[in-house]
Each structure stands twice: as structure tokens, then as C-alpha cells.
Design a protein around this ligand. Structure first.
Ligand code: SF4
Ligand code: SF4
Length: 501
């Protein structure tokens, strides 16, 4: 077994380190001196440590090859719901500071989705969703509530189908929530929507990052609409704060606390912003604003905010405080990406891929195209089908396993991460399967810091129910299956190691 390939030692205090086992997702605690020897390799362990390690390996299935087989033999439908991203319109009323960097797809789709697409979408579901699989609609844009009529029609048709054939549907929307057309509260309540709201922090941050196209701030309108929705829908909706972090001040912790104090959100999602700077990687990006194209594609230098000096420290600081956010006085239930990672460790589960793009997740757009990824919409070379015909070409490039990748295949975090975002790879390297090193660094940091947080955490945090995470479309629907690790005898002596999960 090799350090950084088959296990990872992560010091988190002066006297104790976390030891994460790649194959089984077991998390151990070890005295610092033992962990230091383990970092040099298992052959450096003292004889009694080596005996305990080998015992653990036998009893817990440490170091087995089960995941490689599991990934190779898995069906596309394993581990995630079938999901259709419904790209309703390119129209958006905000002018977010970093919008141009989100893949440049805005401006390529020039119309709103018409009702004729609804039949195509339901035909697609009928042909592609595995029998008995739950189906999720992801309403997306532009600002999808600018085309609320089509959302309503899809929900009504889904309800009919659910009553006739028993298919279970989940509805989720990504919205800036500056618009709340008449009847939307009832629609969300009746169909138990998951409402993912783009909001980056308190008023100062939100108004600077996400102003209206007329230059006015958006914070007050959004909070007013959030309050209205929560009052009208109670617990029948799930509200998610979708935060993009792109400024050093206020800190990540302060931004989260500003929203947490509102006590309106059930979950948070926290994304690193990507924005232009004067150095680092060059990529061809067309500058667009809503439906207006501001420039032809040109080389723009961009950077992932989490890799800026001091931001990793902010992230670590936030994770130190993170377990304290769970309080009986607040409806907060977690940051989705962190909790999904924790779930894979506490319950013993393996990611079959980074996301469900090109597996069980497709985007239907107003121009009738079908894309494996919502961020690649409009780039015809990535289209894999059309509304009337369904899938028209195979796309194996979306289905390579993490084990087949020359870099990811030797990464200790491979069965947590699944191999990185293919669209971000394409932006950085021009190839879906050639790693975007910055995104990879971020994924590694996320895995390391969440493991440290878990290693420090109390039992009541580790034992929280995480049953809903299959429902919530975390990380573009990362497909996750149980890894079949053997339960350990709680009375067994593994000293100097302590098995945490
Ligand atoms: S993208 Fe990076 S973190 Fe993810 S599996 Fe590949 S090497 Fe590991
Ligand atoms: S994870 Fe990346 S490649 Fe996958 S669907 Fe999301 S944006 Fe697209």
C-alpha cells in the first residue's frame, strides 16, 4: 500500500493524525509518531503497529480491489436519479460580476423554451430513465422564473404521470429569486420544490457581486422573496443558498454567518468564484452579459478564487466552526458538498464518477439540443442528441472511470472525488479528460479539510442522518453506491489506531 495512493495521513493536532483509507473509506485516528512513520510507508511502522495495521486491513477489507471492479461493472443508472436539466431561457435580469466565466454559454441560446419541447422531454424520460428510477427536473437558465409557464406545465404533466404510472418526480430550480411571478409560491409548495437560490452573503457582498442590470442591488429583493416563500410554503419547500465566493473580505465564515442568521435556508452550497486576473492560465472566453455578446472569443486569464493567497486558510477556519452551525434554533442542515463527502466516509460509499453528466443527466435547451452538461450548452460539438430524436450519438468520453485516468487513477481521494469536472477540464486544457489542475487542487483541499473536520468532530455530528443527500443533486448528481465494506467488531483492539468511521 502506498501513501497518497492507497491511504492518506492528515495531521490535525499536535498529537493526533487522521488516516483515511482509499479503498474502504475507513477513517482512523493515529498518534502523531505512528502517523509520521505511516507517511513514509507501511514498512516503516514498528512491529506492533504493523500487526495492528495488517489486522485492520484483513478485518476491514483495507486495500482491496473491489472499487475498481465496482466502477468497471456498474450500470449507468447506478447511484443517481435520472435527471433532466431544463434550460428554460437565456434571459437573466442580473449582471453578476463573474458571469462571463461560467462557461460562456449565455448568448449562444437566443430563445426561450417553447411548449413543444415539453413532449420531447417526457419522451426522453420514458426512453432513457431506468424502470422505477426517480426522475428529477432541474429548472435552469438564465433566470428560469422568466419562463414560469413552461415550468408549471412540466410539473402538471409530471403529476399526471406519477398518478398514472407511479414514477416519482423531484423538482429543483436554480434561481436568483429576484422575480416571484404570480402563483409561484403555490407551485413550489404543491410540488415540494428544492429551491436553490444564488446569493453570495450579506447585502454588501451580494449587491457588489450580483447587481441588477440597471446597477441596483439585488439583496433586499431576494430576502423579501425568500421570506415570502418560507411563509407561504413552510417546510414543504427546501431552500438552498448557492454561494459563489469571490472576495477576500468579508471572510467565508462571515458571509455564511450572514445568511445563516436569516434562518431561512436548509442547506448551503459553496462554490469558488472564477474570475479574470492578470496572470495564470489563458483560455478563450467570449465576454457576454445576459443575452448580449460583449466580445468575440479571446484569451482571458482566469483564476479559481480558492487558490488565491489566504483563501485556503479562510476555508480551514470555516470548517473549524462548521459543526457549530448545527443548532436546534436554526434550520441549517449542512453544506451539501461537505455532507456528501462525510456521508461517503461515515456510511462507506464510493463515487462512480464525478458527476452524472452524460450518464443519467442531460440538458435540454430551447434550440432542441441535448447536451451532457449544462455548462457546455450551445457548443454544438458536445451535443449528443436532439429533442425529437433523443440521443443520437454515443459519448464514451463522458464515461471513463477514475481508475482509467493516468493521474486520478493513482490519487488517494479518487473514490470520493470521482475524477474532476469535465467541463472545467475542457476550459483549461481543451480536452474533457485532461485534468484542470486548479480544479483538482480545489477537490483535494476539499477532501482533506472535510476529513480533518470529521476527525475532530463529536459523535453526534458523525451520526446525523444523511438520508436526503441522494435527493438533493449534490455535485451535478455525483453517483454514489455503498462500497460493501465489512462492519468492524466494536470491541476489537486496533491500538495504536482508533477506528472513527
Ligand atoms: S480530479 Fe484531482 S482530486 Fe479528483 S480524483 Fe483526480 S487527481 Fe484526485
Ligand atoms: S460536474 Fe462539470 S461536467 Fe459534470 S455536469 Fe457539472 S459542470 Fe458539467
Amino acid at each position: 500500500m502506498r501513501h497518497r495512493t492507497d491511504y492518506r495521513v492528515l495531521p490535525f493536532s499536535d498529537d493526533t493524525s487522521a488516516v483515511f483509507i482509499t479503498g474502504s473509506h475507513r477513517l482512523l485516528l493515529a498518534p502523531a509518531a505512528t502517523a509520521e512513520r505511516l507517511e513514509s510507508g507501511v514498512d516503516s511502522l514498528l512491529p506492533e503497529e504493523r500487526r495492528a495495521w495488517d489486522r485492520l486491513r484483513t478485518e476491514a477489507g483495507i486495500g482491496d480491489e473491489a472499487n475498481r471492479t465496482r466502477l468497471r461493472n456498474s450500470a449507468l443508472s447506478d447511484g443517481a436519479d435520472f435527471a433532466v436539466n431544463v434550460n428554460l431561457t437565456n434571459v437573466c435580469n442580473l449582471a453578476c460580476a463573474y458571469c462571463f466565466a461560467e462557461g460562456g454559454d449565455y448568448g449562444r441560446i437566443t430563445e426561450a423554451m417553447g411548449e413543444h419541447s415539453i413532449g420531447w422531454i417526457f419522451d426522453f424520460v420514458r426512453r432513457r430513465a431506468a424502470p422505477g428510477r426517480r426522475v428529477r427536473f432541474e429548472f435552469f437558465g438564465g433566470e428560469p422564473l422568466a419562463n414560469a409557464g413552461v415550468i408549471r406545465k412540466i410539473c402538471e404533466r409530471a403529476r399526471d404521470l406519477a398518478e398514472r404510472e407511479g414514477t416519482e418526480f423531484v423538482h429543483r430550480i436554480s434561481t436568483n429569486l429576484t422575480l416571484l411571478p404570480q402563483g409561484v409560491e403555490e407551485l413550489f409548495r404543491d410540488h415540494r420544490f428544492i429551491v436553490s437560490v444564488s446569493i453570495d452573503g450579506g447585502r454588501r457582498v451580494q449587491d457588489a457581486n450580483r447587481p441588477s442590470k440597471n446597477g441596483r442591488g439585488s439583496y433586499d429583493r431576494i430576502v423579501r422573496n425568500l421570506t415570502r416563500l418560507r411563509r407561504a410554503c413552510g417546510d414543504d419547500i427546501t431552500l438552498v443558498a448557492r454561494m459563489t465566493i469571490a472576495t477576500a473580505e468579508p471572510t467565508l465564515t462571515e458571509n455564511v454567518l450572514d445568511l445563516w442568521r436569516l434562518d431561512l435556508f436548509d442547506y448551503f452550497q459553496i462554490y469558488p468564484g472564477v474570475y479574470p486576473v492578470d496572470r495564470d492560465t489563458k483560455v478563450p472566453v467570449a465576454l457576454t452579459l445576459g443575452d448580449r455578446k460583449l466580445s468575440e472569443p479571446r484569451d482571458v486569464r482566469y483564476i479559481n478564487h480558492f487558490l488565491q493567497p489566504g483563501v485556503a486558510e479562510q476555508f480551514r477556519d470555516f470548517l473549524l466552526h462548521y459543526p457549530n452551525l448545527f443548532s436546534p434554533e436554526n434550520r441549517f442542515k449542512g453544506v451539501l458538498e461537505y455532507e456528501r463527502t462525510v456521508q461517503m466516509i461515515t456510511e462507506g460509499a464510493t463515487a462512480l464518477a464525478f458527476c452524472s453528466g452524460g450518464r443519467t443527466y442531460y440538458t435540454h435547451s430551447p434550440d432542441g439540443s441535448i447536451s451532457p452538461c449544462h455548462r457546455l450548452v450551445g457548443d454544438r460539438s458536445f451535443d449528443v442528441g436532439t429533442g425529437p430524436e433523443g440521443i443520437t450519438r454515443e459519448h464514451p468520453e463522458w464515461r471513463r472511470t477514475v481508475d482509467e485516468h493516468p493521474v486520478c487513477g493513482a490519487c488517494w481521494a479518487r473514490y470520493l472525488c470521482g475524477g474532476g469536472c469535465r467541463q472545467e477540464n475542457h476550459v483549461a486544457t481543451g480536452d474533457l479528460n485532461d485534468l484542470n489542475r486548479e480544479s483538482c487542487q480545489y477537490q483535494l483541499m476539499l477532501a482533506e479539510e472535510v476529513i480533518r473536520m470529521l476527525a475532530r468532530s463529536a459523535a453526534d455530528y458523525r451520526e446525523r442522518s444523511r438520508a436526503r443527500y441522494d435527493d438533493l443533486f449534490v455535485s451535478c448528481g455525483r453517483p454514489v453506491v455503498p462500497n460493501g465494506r465489512r462492519p468492524l467488531d466494536p470491541a476489537a483492539d486496533h491500538r495504536p489506531f482508533r477506528v472513527l468511521c
